[in-house]
Design a protein around this ligand. Structure first.
Ligand code: G16
Length: 539
């Protein structure tokens, strides 16, 4: 029977770059998760009788919030809930399930690459019927509702057995526990040439970081592609990710990096994050930046059956390097520049304007779902290696020889005081108009602005999406505050130098970016505003 529970609003439930992310302790406050889930349900039109997908990355609180959300979905009149076995659904698999089962949307429970466990992070994100993250007008409606919420609806039903595939009833609503892997693995098998990958005889190492991709990697890489079982590291999803950050970058996936730089390294190494939407690509002796990976995948995608007809367009987030733009140019297709956040790609993909999208934050994906997709990127790389017979290093070198190279790094200053971070951004904003034509650390500023995005499909405008300063010759620095952190502010400084084809394409990234780092300090006063003399993470 439906029960109405009185509640009072929390004032900190504004979704960030990707849903509501907070410390587990915050989520454990009375009715905190219920308030947010109810605010989502109140913002969803047409939910009566509709199908809702629920799943998460397996982190601490995942099962508990799933059980509560199922009862609330029944009380709110949904017609059916699909939930991944064990509460598991990678973000791209959830997107696929929403799309293929005609769901109205889904709750994706994850704080992505943030650590998990009782003292770490949890998150709830709502995805809409196209399978993608809710756009800003929906997240704004959800946020508005969290500020006035005074009740939520639930039932008194017992917990569902999440470990048994099959159907049960909750409050008169069927709940279907589904295999989280099979449909996604089938989709991958349609997009890529599994026979060619199998025949290529490659050796690989995949680090699932004790997060959600373990079961997906086992089914796809081992069972279907025949790679050795010990090719997968950290393949069991754990509630606390074994105490690690499930963040596939050079800091948190260091063991993989070291293994790939060793003389006996396998041909190909990769890692994914907490919820399976990010990827890290490292060939034997060659790390590929996410921005370069996007460009190289786009340039070679036609080698995979799913993309043999060519690409319609390439989209990248603004802080992602311009390497992909050069590929779009060469292919004669459109290049789009969006704000940070996968939600901004959804409209371009739905409109058939872009086929491949990517971000510097280790996310790449295509129109096969409406999320970035870690294993998809791994499989497209493997397909390209199999089709060309080249190494990752050779693919990278050939790419740079043709298009030039965008040396790139991101410096993160994590958990800095909000006031200092705000003052840094405000100081830059105040000077933007004066910067063009000036020289900073030997570099001439060509343009400087605070990025605003005009969505070409619906005319919506998103302002203040990051400060970008472009120097003569195609180099630049971008400043932005992260929208996914859970304590203090995180300043991201994105650094890029363009080296044309025929130039020094085999340089050291740190050296090649040194003057841009100096310019960033001179422009923004990072030390003064953050109290830090070096970044916490360089990727
Ligand atoms: C999320 C978004 C991405 C974004 C990233 C970083 O990724 O989906 O689009 O690039 O956050 O955002 P920020 O720079 O604001 O921290 P994920 O993998 O955390 O869901």
């Amino acid at each position: 029977m439906t029960r109405t529970v009185e509640t009072t609003p929390y004032d900190d439930q504004k979704p960030g770059t990707s849903g509501l992310r907070k410390k587990v302790r915050v989520f454990e406050q009375p009715n905190y998760a219920e308030n947010f889930v109810q605010a989502v349900f109140d913002a969803v039109d047409g939910k009566a009788g509709a199908t809702l997908v629920i799943g998460g990355d397996g982190r601490y609180l995942n099962r508990s919030v799933i059980q509560r959300a199922i009862r609330m979905a029944a009380a709110n009149g949904f017609g059916r809930v699909l939930v991944g076995q064990g509460g598991i659904l990678s973000t791209p698999a959830a997107s696929n399930l929403i799309r293929t089962r005609g769901a109205i949307g889904g709750l994706v429970l994850s704080a992505s690459h943030n650590p998990g466990g009782p003292d770490e992070d949890f998150g709830i994100k709502y995805n809409i019927a196209n399978g993608g993250p809710a756009p800003e007008k929906v997240t704004e409606a959800i946020h508005a509702r969290t500020r006035t919420i005074d009740r939520y609806l639930t039932t008194d039903d017992a917990d569902v057995d999440l470990d048994a595939v099959g159907e049960t009833m909750v409050g008169g609503m069927p709940v279907e526990v589904v295999d989280p892997v099979a449909a996604y693995a089938d989709l991958m098998e349609r997009l890529f040439d599994f026979a060619a990958i199998r025949a290529a005889g490659l050796s690989i190492r995949f680090d699932a970081m004790s997060a959600v991709t373990g079961p997906y990697a086992r089914e796809i890489l081992v069972n279907r592609l025949g790679f050795a079982a010990d090719s997968i590291m950290n393949g069991e999803p754990l509630e606390d990710f074994g105490g690690h950050h499930p963040d596939p970058n050079l800091v948190h996936a260091r063991a993989l990096y070291d293994a790939m730089m060793a003389p006996d390294a396998p041909d190909f190494g990769a890692a994914s994050d907490g919820d399976g939407d990010r990827n890290l690509i490292i060939g034997r002796g060659r790390f590929v930046t996410p921005s370069d990976s996007l460009a190289m995948l786009a340039a070679n995608a036609h080698l995979a059956p799913g993309y043999a007809a060519g690409l319609k367009g390439i989209a990248r987030s603004m802080p992602t390097s311009a390497a992909a733009d050069r590929v779009a140019d060469a292919l004669g297709i459109a290049a789009y520049e969006t704000p940070t956040g996968w939600k901004f790609f959804g409209n371009l993909l739905d409109a058939g304007m872009a086929t491949i999208c990517g971000e510097e934050s280790a996310g790449t994906g295509s129109d096969h779902v409406r999320e970035k997709d870690g294993l998809w990127a791994v499989l497209l790389w493997l397909n390209i290696l199999a089709a060309t017979g080249k190494s990752v290093d050779a693919i990278a070198r050939d790419h740079w020889a043709r298009f030039g190279r965008n040396y790139y790094a991101r410096h993160d200053y994590e958990g800095v005081a909000q006031e200092g971070a705000d003052a840094l951004v405000a100081g830059l904003r105040a000077r933007l108009a004066q910067l063009p034509g000036t020289t900073v650390a030997g570099l001439t500023v060509e343009t400087a602005d605070d990025f605003a995005y005009h969505d070409p499909t619906d005319g919506s405008v998103s302002e203040r999406q990051g400060i970008r300063i472009l120097f003569a010759g195609g180099s630049r620095v971008v400043f932005r505050l992260s929208g996914t952190g859970t304590s203090g502010a995180t300043l991201r400084v994105y650094l890029e130098r363009y080296e044309p084809a025929g130039g020094d394409l085999d340089g050291d990234t740190t050296e090649r970016l040194a003057d841009i780092v100096a310019a960033a300090e001179e422009l923004a006063g990072i030390r003064r505003h953050t109290g830090r003399d070096r970044p916490d993470v360089i990727t």
